[in-house]
Design a binder for this molecule. Structure first.
Ligand code: PLP
Ligand code: SF4
Length: 349
């Protein structure tokens, strides 16, 4: 067995485990674990400095998960937008293809909390085959986004087979993998895995870091190995109350990502997912954070703040408002709050 598999095997998955390894004996959490799976692997557990810190909040269940009366089970209507099981075709030219129901750590705020890590997310060779068939019959799909669960928790041979099968479909130009492995189980990025990924370019990886404390020697090495294999790395961060909902933390995270060659891609407003309401922040929080980034740090380090509209309506960018007045001259504010003008071009001006 490989090192990463051994590490995963020693994950905290039960109330007793929480008690013995994290000194958390809140028995009320038993019902939370019964509803939503928990997996805190030893690597990620070691990043916890104290109970309730940003790492803890992402990994350790909270009784608030059971008290959510606001959010929805499937806020993005993924189940309704799936023409075949586990494949979501929402945008014209790209699909989301769920190929794994396992993750290296079950994030308490997960959008697919309703099914990830449980039997409710059923993936097997038959569902994969129906996905491939759909893609063969839909040449308008230029890009396949592999997700789950975490695709990189599959064994190497399985990943290789999926990538080979997709690459045999000529209309698929780009393969994108969404994975949290670089931040929660970086030792999964082995030289053997990297060689498999590298054989299927153009292949992009969007990973998921939420806090600067996740950037360690190990996660930096994982990203270096991927980047050295020519894989462009992006990051999809989720804005989470009590974890990273302030400008300093987000700024530190984005700059640290850039140093390990990961380009910030999205900063997500939290979805309306049942069991995660306690993580949501007002949209104004995210917009105010963005205002403290634009112009103040490298444009390379700035993600797009996005809200995934409920009902499967797609991702919408949220941005600070710089325009003060439109007309013959455009009146706007710059990043320092100074008023500036730009004479409009065109008819009548
Ligand atoms: C987020 C998402 C995508 C990818 O969107 P991009 O804006 O290209 O990153 C594709 N399909 C579905 C269903 C999605 O939720
Ligand atoms: S790694 Fe992604 S899919 Fe898995 S639990 Fe976390 S947010 Fe959900």
């Amino acid at each position: 067995m490989e090192t990463w598999q051994l590490i995963l095997q020693n994950s905290i998955t039960t109330l007793d485990g929480l008690k013995s390894q994290l000194e958390c004996d809140n028995t009320a959490l038993g019902q939370v674990i019964a509803n939503f799976p928990m997996r805190i692997n030893p690597y990620f557990a070691k990043l916890i400095q104290s109970p309730g810190d940003p790492i803890w909040k992402q990994a350790v269940p909270d009784i608030a998960e059971m008290a959510d009366t606001v959010c929805m089970v499937d806020p993005l209507e993924e189940d309704n937008l799936s023409p075949v099981p586990n494949l979501v075709h929402k945008y014209p030219d790209r699909v989301l293809f769920l190929v794994s129901n396992q993750c290296a750590m079950y994030c308490r705020f997960c959008t697919r909390k309703r099914k990830v890590g449980t039997e409710r997310m059923h993936i097997d060779d038959a569902t994969l085959a129906s996905g491939y068939e759909y893609l063969q019959n839909h040449p308008e799909v230029r890009e396949v986004l592999l997700s789950g669960g975490d695709p990189l928790l599959l064994p190497d041979e399985k990943i290789s087979k999926i990538l080979n099968t997709l690459r045999a479909i000529p209309s698929i130009e780009v393969i994108r993998i969404g994975t949290r492995v670089p931040s929660v189980l970086p030792m999964r990025i082995t030289t053997h895995l990297v060689a498999i990924l590298k054989a299927h370019h153009p292949l992009y990886i969007n990973t998921h870091f939420n806090h600067p404390a996740e950037i360690t020697k190990e996660s930096s090495l994982a990203c270096t190995m991927l980047a050295d294999a020519g894989i462009p790395l992006g990051c999809q961060t989720v804005l989470l109350k009590g974890v990273n909902d302030n400008a300093q933390t987000i700024k530190d995270l984005m700059l640290a990502l850039l140093r390990i060659r990961v380009k910030p891609y999205y900063l997500f407003q939290a979805d309306l997912t049942w069991g995660t309401n306690h993580f949501r922040t007002p949209t104004e929080t995210g917009i105010a954070i963005m205002r403290k980034l634009y112009g103040h740090i490298s444009g390379m380090a700035i993600p797009t703040l996005a809200l995934d509209a409920p009902g499967g309506k797609g991702k919408i960018p949220l941005a600070p408002q710089y325009i003060l007045q439109k007309g013959k001259d455009l009146l706007f504010e710059n990043y320092l709050g100074e008023v500036c003008t730009y004479p409009e071009a065109g008819e009548g001006f």
